[in-house]
Design a protein around this ligand. Structure first.
Ligand SMILES: [Fe+2]
Ligand SMILES: [Fe+2]
Length: 155
C-alpha cells in the first residue's frame, strides 16, 4: 500500500491550512458581527486541533526513540498550548475589534508554528523514526481523516 508518510501528510495539511488562513484573513475586515467572526474562528480551531493531535501522536512515538532534542519537543508542546490559548481568548472577547485583532494574531502565530515544525520538528521525527513507521503513521492519519469526513456530515 502506497500513500504519503506522516510528515508529508502533515506538510500537505499545512499547505491547505495556509491557503485557508490567507483567505480568512482577507475576509476578516468584512465580517461585521462578533458572532460570525467567532464562529469562523471555531471552525479554524477545530481543523487545527485535529491536525495538532496527529502531530502529538507523532512526537509521542519519537519520544521513546530519542532522549535528545528535548528543547525542540518542549517548544512544540508550548506552541500548541499557546495556540489553544489564543483561540480560547478569541471566544471570550466581547467586542468585534478585539476579536479581530486576536484572530490576526492567532493566524500569524499558527504560520510561524508551521514553519518551526517543517524546518525543525518534522525532520527530527523523520530521523529518529525511520521510513516504515512514518509510512504506517501516514496510513493511520489517512484512515482517521476518512472517518472524520464520513461522520462530519451528521455532526
Ligand atoms: Fe502543530
Ligand atoms: Fe502542524
Amino acid at each position: 500500500m502506497g500513500g504519503m508518510n506522516i510528515t508529508e501528510a502533515l506538510v500537505a495539511e499545512h499547505t491547505v491550512l495556509l491557503q485557508l488562513f490567507d483567505h480568512v484573513e482577507s475576509e476578516l475586515l468584512g465580517i461585521a458581527s462578533l458572532e460570525s467572526l467567532q464562529l469562523l474562528a471555531r471552525i479554524i480551531e477545530r481543523l487545527l486541533h485535529s491536525h495538532g493531535e496527529a502531530e502529538e501522536d507523532l512526537v509521542l512515538c519519537a519520544l521513546d526513540h530519542s532522549l535528545e532534542d528535548q528543547g525542540r519537543r518542549e517548544r512544540f508542546h508550548q506552541e500548541h498550548q499557546e495556540l489553544d490559548e489564543r483561540f480560547k481568548q478569541l471566544q471570550t472577547a466581547t467586542d468585534l475589534e478585539t476579536a479581530r485583532r486576536l484572530f490576526y494574531g492567532a493566524l500569524q502565530a499558527s504560520r510561524k508554528h508551521f514553519r518551526f515544525e517543517e524546518e525543525s520538528l518534522f525532520p527530527f521525527a523523520s530521523r529518529v523514526l525511520g521510513k516504515d513507521i512514518l509510512l504506517e503513521l501516514g496510513q493511520f492519519r489517512a484512515l482517521a481523516q476518512a472517518e472524520i469526513e464520513s461522520d462530519g456530515i451528521t455532526r
